[in-house]
Design a protein around this ligand. Sequence first.
Ligand code: 7TS
Length: 413
Amino acid sequence: MDRLTTVPLNVESIRKDFPILKRKINGHPLVYLDSAATTQKPKQVIQALTGFYEKHNSNVHRGVHTLSQEATELYDASRQKVADLINAKFEEVVFVRNATEAANIVLYSWAMKNLKKGDEIVSTVMEHHSNIVPWQSLQKQGVKLKFVDIDEEGKLKMEQFSELLTPRTKLVAVTQVSNVLGTINPAGEICKMAHDNGSLVFVDAAQSVPHMPVDVKNIDCDFLMFSGHKMLAPTGIGCLYGKADILESMEPFLLGSDMIKSVSLEEATFRESPWKFEPGTPNFGDAVALGAAVDYLQKIGMNNIREHEKGLAGHALNAMQDVKGIKIFGPKDTDIKGGVVSFNLGDIHSHDLATVLDNEGIAIRSGHHCAMPLMDRLGIAAASRASFYIYNTKKEIDMFINALEKARRIFKL
Ligand code: 7TS
């Protein structure tokens, strides 16, 4: 299919796949607007998980018996599905627990070895803590961190980015989509500028891979991370992508068990990527379920998912602008915004607002969203956030807007 041709999602049919959406919360139907924190799971994924344990469970990469071979085949097949989703090679996809663990592998196995006193990392003020805190730890070995600011609209100041790149910049660590502002950053352009400068790029794709087509070869990033639980899969499984030659050049960070090639009492040699980064018995059950999640998303089509969320974000932004006293953070242009709208309503604390909405059955996120530096930059302590996914409807957004109006009345705004 032409990449630009999209078809609308059959949301009614999709919703039937998600058992939790039948739940009532405080006497109301659940309106789940917190998918940026974690998504709900369709029965296809739940069944893949239980089906694995009912029919195929056995440890991978170590047995010759039938079950072990089946488990290994399913585990490998899931890795290939993830690789196909992001246009990577099999050996470039390392299974980890979550995005945060992926960043830490790059920290311990690449950055700590390759960065020296005086080297620099360029990141941005809109990063999730998982893409700041690991790099901060390099400061004790003399590495300097620099941050690209945002403009009034919540977009990265690209001119400033260009100015911050110096011959000392060894790494650029940037999110593809902000979990607070929803800003879609020009990841490809950032990689091009960084590479022209001789710097590697680490892309945080926790909020992009679940929501839009992501092609690592096209972006040309060196590393990329994301979490399965934000894309219909269970918790405890995520991915680190790394370019094959870079992963091959890296020493493993955790040692022991399945990642070795041979061991004597004196020394060990390690297997190649991805296995050398997956020590011990891996989380193959959840990886198999992640494969089912990828199948589910691919069947709908990542372009179609992006268009659906764009429509929801546009609908929400239009309606929210009419709510008196609201302040919306991030771009209003849906071409550069994912399905995330953060805001504050008058001086109502986001936790209070989230509680009022919860009474109506509506789940939104409140707090600092693990982006405290961004909160500081915006001059706020916290924000509310509605985030959308394949199972959300414009009707649900209207219910959310009505609940905001109710909150205004309760708090006498
Ligand atoms: N990067 C981004 C952009 C994120 O949004 C998150 C999680 C992470 C990294 C970390 O992912 P984890 O799976 O390792 O925890 N973001 C959120 C959020 O916005 N609300 O709850 C978790």
